[in-house]
Write a protein that binds this ligand. Sequence first.
Ligand code: DP6
Length: 324
Amino acid sequence: MATAKAHTNIALVKYWGKKDQDLIIPQTDSLSMTLDEFYTTTRVVFDPALTAEQITVNDQPVTGKGAERITKFLDIVRQMSGRQDFARVDSHNHVPTAAGLASSASAFAALAGAASRASGLQLSRRDLSRLARRGSGSATRSIYGGLVEWHRGHDDATSYAEPIMEKLDFGLEMLAIMINTGRKKISSRHGMQSSVITSPYYASWKEVVANDMETMKAAIQAKDIPAIGHIAEENALRMHALTLSADPGYTYFNNETLTAIQAVRQLRDQGINCYFTMDAGPNVKVIYDRRDRERIVDGLAQTFAPERLVVSPAGPGIEIWDEN
Ligand code: DP6
């Protein structure tokens, strides 16, 4: 029996599109910050007495498509380890509110850590990030803490994450503005594939990312938070342009997303260096220097209730332990 704890991550240079659907080889590199406040803890045991997989998330049984995706992932672990048994999987998402920041990144990173250890495999961090990738692309990066790069690679062996700065020695911080979605969202898996196939801008996106990876890494080395924020914001907007330009077009934004963007821009107009990014949902994340935290929280609290503003510094990499 083994347990793993993995934190989620937010991309500063986004992953949006696959080359290989099955192995999850992405079209581009990407770069993220692991967050301290949002994580998943997962315990796995392979048990010869079980006649089927038994899966719970937050103490609720998981069935259907969710269970299928986990079983498919466990099949990879069984294949690697030679272990035949079904598994019991118990997972808990630790998020400050129920407003949907539970992510497949922390979930599949924790599952990769716990399942590989429980099956008897001893994987290096790099191989663990390759395994997590098979569950969800963004999970590749959640093996490491701090600022992390996912090399797209060209096959299973060469597509893995690597830390850029595991422990941040400067004040980069994020704040999530929790925005509820009224509608059922388009999964990132489906959305990104639609962008790859139908957006006429997809070829330009690959050039954008290649350039942003270089300038972002230089900004990180310089610990230049306004540059990091600016590049991340432009990159996010260009990623979201791939949703609008798909056929059929779609968007993850809702009214409140636009209100949040406007609030961030207003603070910036007042001379406070803060920037935004968004993923495959309406929540907005703000990027800033922690010494400006108070002014930013106060400013945003004029529009959003304080309990919807969750501050997070950078978080640690995966932890895995054996249990009896
Ligand atoms: C917008 O990792 O959820 O958050 O690989 O299909 O599981 P799958 O997709 P997923 O996509 C993440 C997209 C993103 C950007 C990012 O995290 O880089």
